[in-house]
Structures are given as structure tokens and as C-alpha cells.
Design a protein around this ligand. Structure first.
Ligand code: ADP
Ligand code: MG
Length: 272
């Protein structure tokens, strides 16, 4: 049991939700006496501790809400592995100017090329800087929207995915979309257009998106909005997942290159 004064301060901290100050004010007051700190130094230090603690908790919470499949940062990234991508470009994207300008980023390339990893690097950086981020694969997105459509709640769900400042949409290209699904995606991309950035990853070049969406008109409409303010990063080379196997000689030759590069801006399927 502390003195009545200590208990009063603890109660006040709890009421004001000053969690960190509540933990450290007693020990810090002893340190302040030892170090001959002024009252203002002591107060300044306590408030700094509280602000830092709140920011850290906010980052942890936002990271949980973002639902990344894994967490990896720039420090975990081997820039030498896919030399087709300029390290400077990724570091420049990590400055998040694209997010401030409501621009999009699209990573194109074969499986294992580090598309998702790069998207997560940028997503985590955005959270550190206070932005809201949601990560979702295209399949997860479409099944969530289809479910809400059946329950007459499509509008609400579309708003939900329009809200985060950054939406990371992973894995466009593995499964074809039906017309309804392509429409869902169009509505989402339109809803976010010039309102919030998207990071998209795909193993297919833009020229293949018409086939993927089963409709060139809708593919054009989606690409038109996505590419208007957009940084496209083409990743070439072998799979990072398979590099150790290849080194051990269990895979005969590089099998995972796109063979195709994304077509330049404007060369995507024409609206008919
Ligand atoms: P993709 O999304 O292109 O299929 P991922 O980004 O999921 O590939 O990468 C597959 C795995 O390889 C992940 O564990 C990722 O962290 C790792 N990886 C890919 N590229 C690199 C790299 N250049 N440096 C370090 N790890 C990498
Ligand atoms: Mg991936």
C-alpha cells in the first residue's frame, strides 16, 4: 500500500487513462530527486513517456487491425535478390509520398518475387506514421463482398473497405472473376479513386486483366482508375521461396519468371 497521496495519484491516472504515468511516476520521482531535476523536467519526462506509450500501443493495435499475413520490414529485405527492382524506388515509396498524394502502387511479377513482402513493408511504415491500413487478398475481399451482397449489406461493406487510408489488395491474378465479382472490384476501386491509396499485387501483366475479369470493358474501367496516379513496379527473377532448393540442386532451372512485363501505361485493354 502506498501513501494516501500515491493512491490519489494512481486513482487520478486511472481515471484519466494515463497508464504509463501511473506505472512510473513513483520511481521517476526518486530518480528526479537523485538527479536534481526541476519540477518541469519531471513533468516533461512523465508526459513524454505517456505519449510514447500511447503511440506504441496505437501501432500495435493498428497493425493487428490491418491483418497482415506476416510482418517483415525493410531490415528483413535482401535488395540484391531481385536486382530488377531499384532499391531507391522502394526506399522512396517507403517515404510514403505516394500516400500523401493519394497515389497507388502496383507490384507485378512472378510468385515468390517479394510482392507481398514489399507491400507489407510499405503498410507497416504507413501505420508507424499514423495512417490506417487494411490488408486483404482479392479472394478474401470478393467472398466478403459476395456474402454482404446476399445479405443486402454490400454498400456498408464497400464503405468499410473505402475507409482505410491505405488498402493493400494482394494476389490479383490467381483466380478468374465472374461478372458480379468484377463489378464488386470496380465499385471498390471507384470508391477509393482519389480518396485513398491502394497497393495491389498481381502475377499477371495488365494485358491479361481483361481475360482475368472476363470482360475488357470492366478491366479497362478498373485499370483506368488504378493507373491514373500510380507507380508500377515490375519484379523479375526467380522465387525467393525456391532459392534454397535451387541452390541444393533439387530444382533443375529457374521456372518462375513472368516472361511478360507489364505493358506501359495506356496500353491496357481498350474500352469498347
Ligand atoms: P510474392 O508475394 O511475390 O509471391 P512474397 O513477398 O510472399 O512473394 O515472398 C515470398 C517469401 O520470400 C516471403 O517469405 C518473403 O519474405 C521472402 N522474400 C521475397 N523476396 C525477398 C527478398 N528480396 N529479401 C528477403 N526475403 C524475400
Ligand atoms: Mg504474395
Amino acid at each position: 500500500m502506498g501513501t494516501p497521496q500515491v493512491e490519489r495519484i494512481q486513482t487520478a491516472c486511472e481515471q484519466l487513462k494515463l497508464r504509463r504515468i501511473c506505472q512510473v511516476f513513483e520511481s521517476e520521482s526518486e530518480t528526479a530527486i537523485e538527479k536534481n531535476l526541476t519540477y518541469l523536467d519531471y513533468l516533461d519526462h512523465l508526459l513524454e513517456e505517456e505519449v510514447q506509450d500511447k503511440q506504441n500501443r496505437n501501432i500495435v493495435l493498428k497493425t493487428r487491425l490491418a491483418r497482415f499475413p506476416y510482418q517483415k520490414t525493410l531490415a528483413d529485405f535482401d535488395f540484391g535478390f531481385q536486382p530488377s527492382v531499384d532499391q531507391k524506388r522502394i526506399k522512396d515509396l517507403a517515404s510514403l509520398r505516394f500516400l500523401q498524394g493519394t497515389e497507388n502502387v502496383i507490384f507485378l511479377g512472378p510468385p515468390g518475387g517479394g510482392k507481398t513482402h514489399r507491400a507489407i513493408i510499405l503498410g507497416l511504415e504507413a501505420i508507424k506514421r499514423g495512417f490506417t491500413v487494411t490488408f486483404i487478398t482479392l479472394q478474401e475481399l470478393l467472398s466478403a463482398l459476395s456474402k454482404c451482397y446476399q445479405e443486402n449489406r454490400l454498400e456498408d461493406k464497400l464503405k468499410f473497405y473505402t475507409r482505410p487510408r491505405l488498402l493493400i489488395l494482394d494476389e490479383i491474378g490467381y483466380l478468374p472473376l465472374n461478372t458480379r465479382e468484377a463489378n464488386f472490384l470496380f465499385q471498390l476501386v471507384s470508391g477509393r479513386y482519389e480518396r485513398g491509396s491502394m497497393i495491389v499485387t498481381s502475377n499477371k501483366s495488365y494485358g491479361d486483366w481483361g481475360t482475368l475479369f472476363g470482360d475488357n470493358v470492366i478491366a479497362s474501367a478498373i485499370l483506368d482508375r488504378l493507373l491514373h496516379h500510380c507507380h508500377t513496379i515490375n519484379i523479375k527473377g526467380e522465387s525467393y521461396r525456391l532459392k534454397d532448393k535451387r541452390r541444393a540442386g533439387t530444382l533443375p532451372r529457374p521456372i518462375l519468371t513472368t516472361g511478360k512485363e507489364a505493358v506501359p501505361k495506356g496500353a491496357y485493354p481498350k474500352t469498347v
